[in-house]
Design a protein around this ligand. Structure first.
Ligand SMILES: O=C1C[C@@](O)(C(=O)O)C[C@@H](O)[C@@H]1O
Length: 142
């Protein structure tokens, strides 16, 4: 089983950006944590992070051509704005889980909308980095 983990803008700044919301651990720490869980589950994971919307669309499309079995995506701020990412997830038809470190629904009003939610098989919000591990297990169960 091959899973692609996609992170959107500013997720490379984990550990630096608003630690009171996102914690002190870094993007590298996040990748290591996911890799350990993937090893335990016996699944292959690969990682992609970009601050650019088009690059994220390209990564979702590439997942189709690479015959990935699942996608875990934290679209970060693009969650709340991007029809292009919604269309990409719908286009590839790969089971996708949306993850957020914080719970956007309990933050500012503009974070309450997720363009991607309806196209995803699940959404995990507010469980910190553990949310990515839950997403991995969810995709394995499917
Ligand atoms: O960049 C992010 C991160 C986020 O997706 C999260 O993981 O909690 C929540 C988004 O609202 C925000 O723009």
């Amino acid at each position: 089983m091959n899973i692609l983990v996609i992170n959107g803008p500013n997720m490379n700044m984990l550990g630096i950006r608003q630690p009171e919301i996102y914690g002190h651990e870094t993007y590298e720490d996040l990748k290591s944590m996911i890799q350990r869980e993937a090893d335990a589950l016996g699944v292959q994971v690969s990682f992609f992070q970009s601050n650019h919307e088009g690059a994220l669309v390209d990564a979702i499309q590439q997942a189709y051509f690479d015959q990935m079995d699942g996608i875990i995506i934290n679209p970060a701020a693009y969650t709340h704005t991007s029809v292009a990412l919604l269309d990409a997830v719908k286009a590839v038809g790969i089971p996708t889980v949306e993850v957020h470190v914080s719970d956007p629904d309990s933050r500012e009003e503009f974070r309450h909308t997720s363009y991607l939610r309806d196209a995803c098989v699940g959404t995990i919000r507010g469980h910190g980095f553990a949310g990515y591990l839950e997403a991995l297990r969810l995709l394995c169960d499917k």
